[in-house]
Write a new protein. Structure first.
Ligand SMILES: [Zn+2]
Length: 398
C-alpha cells in the first residue's frame, strides 16, 4: 500500500527561492508541452507524452539554458502528468482538454523521484538543495518512491509517497457499520448516530468573498495585490485545514472501531455543478480516501456498494419496498412489519446488509423490492481497486 504523508517544510530563504524557480519550471514545461500537444492534436496527428518529451529533451538546454539550474525531475514529470490528463480526457473522465497553467492561478508544485532524495529525522535531502528541514518527522517507514513539493499560500509542503508493507492486523471487534452520506446531515450511521458536518466553506464563504473582492480591486502587478492574494490564499488554507481535521478524526474513530464498514459509491462527477460544490465542501471523496487506507491500516474491511443499497424506500427489517417515499418524509412505518424507521438510518442499515435486492416473499405474500442482483454481482468493490486510492498523491502530481 502506498501512503502519502504530507509534511510542512521549514526552508531557508535560498531554498524557498529554488522552490519557486522549480515550480515555475514545472509550469513552463507543462505549458510548452501542452502547446506542442495541442498543435499536433489539432493537426490530427497521433502523439504521446514520451514523444513530446524526447523532442523537448533534444534541444531544451540549448533553447532554455536556465533549465540547467533546476533538477531535471521537475522538468521531466510534467510530461507524464500531461499524458495522464489527456488520457483522462480521452476516456471521458473529465470534460475539457488539459488547460494551460497560469502563474498565481495554478497550484505551485514540482516533483522529485525516488533515488534523488531521502528523509531521516526532521530533515529531507533534496537534489540540488541538500538538507531541508521538516516541521515533523516522517510518520511511516518504508520505501519512498517519489515526492512532490508544493506551496500553499506562503508555506511549503512535501508529500512523500511511502510504500508500507502489508502487516497482519487484528480486525477491530465492533459490529458492521453502514454510513449513509447526505447533504443536510453529513453522515448517518447504521446504529443511529447522526454526524453533522463542519461546513467551513459555508461559514468562511463570506470572508472568502470579501478577501477575493479586495484582491481583485488592487492594481495588477502591485505590491498591494500580492499581499491581498496572500491573505486570500491563507483563508483558503485555513478552510482546507478545518475540513481535513474534522474528516481525519471521524475516519480514524470509525476504522478503529468497526470490523466492517459499508459506504455508498457516489458518482460525484455525474451530479450537477452546484451540488458538486456542496459535496466537495463536506468532503465525501476525501472521506472515502481516508477510510480506504485507514481501514487497511487498522484491519477493518471497507466495502463500497452501489447507491441503490442505500435505499430509503426499502424496509431494513423485512425487505418490503415502498412504492413512493417523498423526500419530505423523514420517518415512516413499514406496512408489512410495523417497524418505524428514520429515513436515513434505515438507508444506512440497508447499506450494511442485503435487504435491498431481497427477492424473497414478504409478510404480505408479495415479492420484495425486487431490485436486480445480489451483493456478489452488483455492489461490491474489492478494497484496493478503488479509483480514489491515493488520489491525494496523484492530484499532487498533476
Ligand atoms: Zn418491514
Amino acid at each position: 500500500m502506498i501512503l502519502a504523508h504530507r509534511i510542512e517544510l521549514d526552508p531557508t530563504e535560498k531554498q524557498k527561492e529554488y522552490f519557486r524557480q522549480a515550480c515555475g519550471t514545472a509550469r513552463f514545461v507543462w505549458n510548452w508541452a501542452l502547446e506542442e500537444w495541442n498543435y499536433r492534436y489539432d493537426l490530427g496527428a497521433n502523439t504521446d507524452a514520451c514523444e513530446i518529451k524526447r523532442y523537448f529533451n533534444s534541444f531544451k538546454y540549448e533553447a532554455f539554458p536556465w533549465l540547467k539550474n533546476i533538477h531535471r525531475d521537475a522538468h521531466a514529470q510534467p510530461f507524464a502528468a500531461l499524458g495522464k490528463a489527456w488520457k483522462a480526457y480521452f476516456n471521458g473522465e473529465v470534460e475539457g482538454r488539459p488547460q494551460f497553467k497560469k502563474k498565481g492561478k495554478c497550484r505551485d508544485c514540482f516533483y522529485v523521484a525516488c533515488d534523488k532524495f531521502s528523509s531521516s529525522g526532521k530533515t529531507v535531502r533534496l537534489p540540488v538543495l541538500g538538507q531541508v528541514k521538516l516541521r515533523e518527522p516522517l510518520r511511516f517507514t518504508g520505501k519512498i518512491p517519489s515526492a512532490t513539493v508544493s506551496r500553499e499560500a506562503d508555506r511549503w509542503f512535501i508529500a512523500m509517497a511511502v510504500e508500507i508493507p502489508q502487516k497482519e492486523v487484528h480486525p477491530p471487534s465492533g459490529e458492521a457499520l453502514g454510513i449513509d452520506l447526505g447533504l443536510t446531515t453529513f453522515a448517518v450511521l447504521s446504529h443511529g448516530r447522526k454526524v453533522e458536518a463542519r461546513k467551513p466553506l459555508g461559514r468562511g464563504l463570506e470572508r472568502l468573498r470579501r478577501l477575493s473582492r479586495a484582491h481583485s480591486r488592487k492594481r495588477r502587478g502591485s505590491h498591494h495585490r500580492q499581499k491581498a492574494a496572500l491573505r486570500l490564499a491563507r483563508c483558503h488554507r485555513r478552510i482546507a485545514n478545518m475540513r481535513r481535521d474534522f474528516l481525519h478524526k471521524f475516519t480514524t474513530k470509525i476504522s478503529k472501531n468497526h470490523a466492517e464498514i459499508f459506504v455508498e459509491n457516489l458518482n460525484v462527477k455525474g451530479m450537477d455543478r452546484h451540488l458538486s460544490r456542496a459535496i466537495h465542501d463536506v468532503g465525501w471523496s476525501e472521506l472515502r480516501r481516508q477510510l480506504e487506507y485507514k481501514s487497511l491500516l487498522n484491519g477493518s474491511v471497507l466495502t463500497v456498494r452501489d447507491p441503490f443499497y442505500a435505499s430509503s424506500k426499502t424496509c431494513s427489517e423485512c425487505g418490503y419496498g415502498m412504492e413512493v417515499l417523498p423526500l419530505s418524509v423523514r420517518e415512516w412505518t413499514c406496512p408489512a412489519c410495523q417497524t418505524t424507521h428514520d429515513r436515513d438510518v434505515n438507508a444506512a442499515i440497508n447499506l450494511k446488509q442485503n435487504t435491498v435486492g431481497y427477492t424473497g416473499i414478504n409478510a404480505w405474500g408479495q415479492e420484495g423490492s425486487g431490485l436486480a442482483g445480489t451483493a456478489s454481482e452488483t455492489g461490491l468493490v474489492e478494497p484496493g481497486t478503488l479509483p480514489w486510492v491515493n488520489t491525494h498523491f496523484h492530484s499532487q502530481e498533476r
